[in-house]
Design a protein around this ligand. Sequence first.
Ligand code: URA
Length: 232
Amino acid sequence: MALGLGDCVDLGALCEHIGDCHRCGLGSTRTRVVFGSGDPRADLMFVGEAPGRNEDLEGAPFVGAAGHFLDELLASIGLERGQVYIANVVKCRPPGNRDPLPDEIATCTPFLRRQIELISPRVIATLGRFAAHWLLDTTAPISSLRGRLYHVGTTRVVPVFHPAAALYDASKRQVLFDDFKRLRIVADERDGSDGAVASRSPDAQATPEAEDARQAPDGETVPAQGGQGALF
Ligand code: URA
């Protein structure tokens, strides 16, 4: 009898279920499925776009240049990889690092959804537009999504630029360091109970925090300055 995703009661079972996946065309061009890595009970989860060349060869997420910068960003807020969980929207490398296609995202994200359910992180930081668009069900530009705090069900979602963006555009570097500082504040917040989040639904309506941002004169969304609880 074929097992469904709901039967995958832990990450090991889910990884086994995905197996040597050929459910979409990426299966025939990739080297390794990049399932994800980190603490399976992490409070903070990162979701990137798709494996690149190094990840495809090693079978682990964010091990190339963007990954080194992600390590730097994590270190800047006192964290290391083993304390968080890192996964991607799609688990196989698109050839030539092209953008993942809608059918590839549709085929692969049920696995990410189950992965998120099993990890049940309190906070998810989306790295780049693909993860933000999927999780927040929007097509808004990442530049307008970042700097705001969203709620998807009981999970807080913090969209940030993709670390690779800073490798090509140095002005994004400091923005990322600043957004990670805010991410740390959100990750350290408790929900008023014991801090645990019982369940989550990534497809629930995403709502931006009410007083989370102010508009700069040029229309760019920038962090709110001060104000009680206004972190973004
Ligand atoms: N970029 C991503 O989005 N994910 C990776 O794993 C590596 C680079």
